[in-house]
Design a protein around this ligand. Structure first.
Ligand SMILES: Cc1cc2nc3c(=O)[nH]c(=O)nc-3n(C[C@H](O)[C@H](O)[C@H](O)COP(=O)(O)O)c2cc1C
Length: 105
């Protein structure tokens, strides 16, 4: 899962932002490959980073791999949501909103 799939075209200037929220499912013990492409193509530095990962209860290397690829940034907070659709999307939305409210700098 160190793959680097091609992404659809997007247009974003990350230099304008200090706070960046990255959301991804956990696949095979790490963040999903499109995130790998995005983070390799957009070298982030000195950003406040918020990580949200939905998963099935076994994150394995997800946080460690994020810490590695995001070296040079400040990982402020992490939220993991276990099967957010199966376990109730309203509850997941509530948790996410509270997380943002309580942690965003
Ligand atoms: C290809 C694939 C690999 C997955 N690998 C993991 C894994 O290693 N650990 C884990 O906790 N969940 C794993 N999952 C579960 C997903 O993270 C979970 O389905 C996703 O967070 C979406 O949650 P939802 O079904 O409630 O939308 C995997 C799912 C898929 C499709």
């Amino acid at each position: 899962m160190k793959k680097k799939p091609e992404l659809e075209e997007y247009n974003i200037d990350l230099s304008k932002y200090n706070n960046i929220i990255i959301g991804s499912p956990c696949w095979f013990g790490t963040y999903a490959p499109p995130i790998n492409t995005f983070l390799l193509d957009n070298k982030l530095e000195n950003k406040n980073i918020y990580l949200l990962v939905c998963n099935g209860g076994n994150l394995r290397n997800t946080w460690k791999n994020y810490e590695e690829i995001l070296k040079g940034n400040n990982i402020v907070s992490k939220l993991d949501l276990v099967y957010p659709i199966k376990n109730g999307i309203e509850e997941a939305k509530k948790k996410t909103n509270e997380w943002i409210k309580n942690n965003l700098k």
